[in-house]
Design a protein around this ligand. Structure first.
Ligand SMILES: [Cu+2]
Length: 326
């Protein structure tokens, strides 16, 4: 009985092991396919893996009750571990808009913010400042909001401690995005007092080296404030209020128009047309509502002017020259 049982079980084992073999073949096919897929993912990732932008910024007080961000330190760590320090390309004073940060899809940003504003003894809500960014990816500790919004913690720099935010410009995040304070005095932050700037994420798929200048134009309720980046030198220059923009003849320049506040605007660049993104329409004026943006490239062929043609903006004189020279 035992032997038979043993033989039976042996036969059973044999057929089982045969099944196992078949399963193993199937499994090995699945495995090799999975391994192929995984290695493909790694390949895509390694192509996408970009630079690490290690940034330190201050939030400072300016004359007139304004606040502003100031670049303190900016180092780019390449994939090969090489480091290049580009701090000197930025103004060494606080600026409105704040420093323009330019990265590429695949890049990571590690940005440490330091509170450099006089603490307010009466109002503890004043003694915190943050950076909240749009468009790119980040974990819950890098939202730059208060605990009652993010249900996690107050993500603020305070007079006592700095705060580090980490962003990932994943594939699909190319574009121009605002960053701003979200925590000072209220859950809206002190964005309306000057704590805002722009993050430009260039697409990984297309070289942007035909663009010679970037004009970041922030439209606030009563003025247009600008920051220029010269892509040839890498230098960032604050242009301040309703600025004159300058470009070399026949160079491509990119406008990044971002709206803050509560008013509606109508941005116009006279005697130029460009393609309205996402359409085939040639336009020379664009409605921009609160928190909206409009990005376009023109080839600088002749001097002109830009303006916000919304009625109250005209009264406020929200316009400037666009000077094109050799
Ligand atoms: Cu925002």
């Amino acid at each position: 009985m035992r032997r038979i049982f043993a033989a039976e079980s042996l036969a059973g084992n044999l057929s089982l092991s045969h099944k196992k073999k078949c399963n193993f073949r199937l499994m090995s096919t699945i495995w090799s396919r999975m391994l192929f897929a995984i290695s493909l993912l790694f390949l895509i990732n390694s192509v996408l893996a970009g630079n690490l932008h290690r940034i330190g910024m201050f939030a400072e007080e300016m004359a007139g009750g304004y606040f502003a961000y100031r670049m303190m330190h900016y180092e780019i760590i390449g994939q090969d571990g090489s480091a290049s320090n580009i701090t000197s390309r930025y103004s060494n004073a606080a600026t409105i808009p704040g420093p323009t940060i330019i990265i590429t899809e695949g890049d990571e940003v590690e940005i440490e913010l330091m509170y450099q504003i006089n603490p307010d003894r009466e109002n503890s809500k004043h003694n915190q400042v943050s950076i909240h960014v749009h468009g790119v990816h980040y974990d819950k500790d890098s939202d730059g909001t208060l605990k009652y919004i993010n249900l996690y913690k107050d993500e603020s720099a305070t007079p006592v401690v700095s705060y580090i935010y980490r962003w990932h410009a994943a594939l699909g995040t190319a574009g121009t995005w605002p960053y701003h304070d979200h925590n000072m005095d209220s859950h809206n932050g002190a964005e309306d007092r000057g704590l805002f700037g722009a993050l430009i994420v260039n697409p990984a798929s297309a070289a942007m080296n035909n663009i010679k200048k970037e004009f970041v134009l922030y439209i606030v309720d009563d003025a247009i404030v600008g920051m220029e980046t010269n892509n040839t030198t890498g230098q960032h220059t604050p242009l301040w209020v309703n600025p004159t923009l300058t470009a070399e003849r026949d160079s491509d320049v990119r406008f990044h128009v971002l709206a803050l506040g509560t008013n509606f605007h109508q941005f116009q660049l006279n005697d130029y047309t460009w393609v309205d993104p996402g359409t085939v329409n040639q336009i020379n004026t664009k409605a921009i509502g609160p928190l909206e943006k409009h990005v376009f490239v023109v080839n600088a062929t002749h001097s002109s002017s830009y303006m916000d043609t919304a009625f109250s903006s005209v009264l406020l004189g929200m316009k400037g020259d666009f000077v094109v020279a050799h």
